[in-house]
Design a protein around this ligand. Structure first.
Ligand SMILES: [Mn+2]
Length: 410
């Protein structure tokens, strides 16, 4: 039996709230479709954050449904299982689940429970590959999924996974591979990308490895965007298929292919996802003086004629010894007519004489675009990203502030 494990697609994602990723997502899904056929996958497991937000744009939802239809056509017998992540709306992702089940696509939004309050094992435990595998599809667990008494006992994850695993063991025949999903932060996982957010489940910040006992054949995890194994070789994050923040530029995004020999994993391979839009950093590492940055920008290739959805993303980090109020205007003028598009302009202050601790944190803040700071601050208090109206108002304020201050000063 062969399973493809992928995660954290974040359909509908935008850079700086304005550059859509549709071109990259469409290319990834076409590639994935091809990979499913080429690998003759028996099952495709998607471990959460299908969408970037709880209210994805219609174009992202269309991409999702079109992918499912195309996958069903291309691989008629492949089982498809998807769970909700912390970015997805469980209700929205799960809304079409009864229709999709007819197509052998299993979508688990929230943790389904019976009238009695026990976990609905009929829905969570999904036989795959003609009974050679059993997938325990546990989604990202929200407060509503976690009964208060479990939180009071202090081990909600252990209790919920324990209940699912007891059911799985009762149904699992000899030599049947058991695959358990999760969208959570595992203790010891390496989460360093800017696009990763901490989550807590029932007050627990991280899942201890004992949540996943050794009789599980493979643990398919989502939430961390860098593919990695945790604790043992068969507990894996597949990672995101495309860069969700610019600091992922040197990382090779991937999908995992897992081969099973009976109940045992025989091989795990990573399938590299082709990158369709380059990320350029100026300078390549660290920061450079403004004159040097402008010289590099001058040498960038010109914009192509016609529609060019693959314009490279550009990140610039300027080293400044003193404030440079016209910085953005100078950079934007230098980039006029160039093919790469500016996504992030960072500033590194030099020689400010602050204590090391202050310098690190203030530099980190100074590196962020004001708009990025606003979006992050907004995210702390709101589930949904700011609307275009709100962003537009912020941009106008910012332009006013920058323009007016400069006018008064000059
Ligand atoms: Mn994610």
């Amino acid at each position: 039996m062969r399973v493809l494990h992928t995660s954290d697609w974040h359909l509908g994602h935008t850079l700086r709230g304005e550059v859509t990723r549709d071109h990259e997502h469409a290319a990834f899904l076409a590639w994935l479709l091809e990979a499913c056929t080429r690998e003759a996958a028996d099952a495709l497991v998607i471990t959460g954050d299908v969408f970037d937000s709880a209210t994805p744009p219609a174009s992202a939802e269309r991409m999702w449904f079109e992918f499912l239809a195309a996958a069903r056509r291309a691989s008629p017998t492949m089982d498809i299982i998807a769970i909700a992540g912390n970015h997805d709306s469980p209700a929205r992702l799960g809304a079409a689940s009864s229709v999709l089940r007819e197509l052998n696509v299993h979508v688990i939004g929230g943790l389904p429970r019976n009238a009695s309050g026990s976990i609905d094992l009929e829905r969570v435990l999904i036989p795959v590959a003609g009974g050679r595998g059993l997938v325990a599809a546990v989604p990202f667990l929200r407060p509503v999924d976690v009964p208060t008494e479990l939180i009071e006992r202090g081990d909600p994850l252990l209790a919920i996974y324990g209940e699912v695993l007891a059911g799985a063991r009762a149904r699992r025949g000899a030599d049947v591979a058991l695959i358990v999903t999760g969208h959570l932060y595992m203790a010891g996982a390496d989460a360093q990308f800017l696009s990763e957010r901490r989550v807590s489940i029932g007050g627990q910040e991280s899942a201890p490895v004992r949540v996943f006992p050794e009789d599980i054949s493979y643990v398919a995890l989502g939430h961390i965007h860098r593919a990695q194994r945790v604790a043992r070789d068969t507990i894996r994050y597949a990672g995101a298929p495309l860069a969700l923040s610019l600091d992922e530029s040197s990382y090779k995004h991937q999908v995992l292919a897992i081969d099973f020999d009976g109940a045992r994993v025989s091989e795990i391979r990573s399938l590299p996802v082709p990158r369709v839009i380059d990320i350029i950093r100026v300078p390549a590492r660290g920061a450079a003086a403004l004159a040097d940055v402008l010289a590099i920008l001058d040498a960038l290739p010109p914009q192509q004629l016609g529609d060019d959805p693959a314009r490279p993303y550009l990140e610039i980090v300027v080293a400044l010894g003193k404030p440079e109020p016209k910085l953005r205007a100078l950079i934007e003028t230098a980039l006029d007519g160039k093919r790469p598009r500016l996504i992030r302009l960072g500033v590194e202050q030099t020689g400010d004489g602050a204590a090391l601790g202050d310098r690190v944190s203030s530099r980190r803040l100074a590196e962020l675009d004001p708009r990025e700071v606003f979006v992050r601050l907004w995210a702390r208090g709101h589930v949904e990203p700011p609307t275009p109206e709100v962003l537009g108002a912020f941009d106008r304020l910012l332009a006013e502030l920058r323009g007016d201050v400069e006018d008064i000063a000059s």
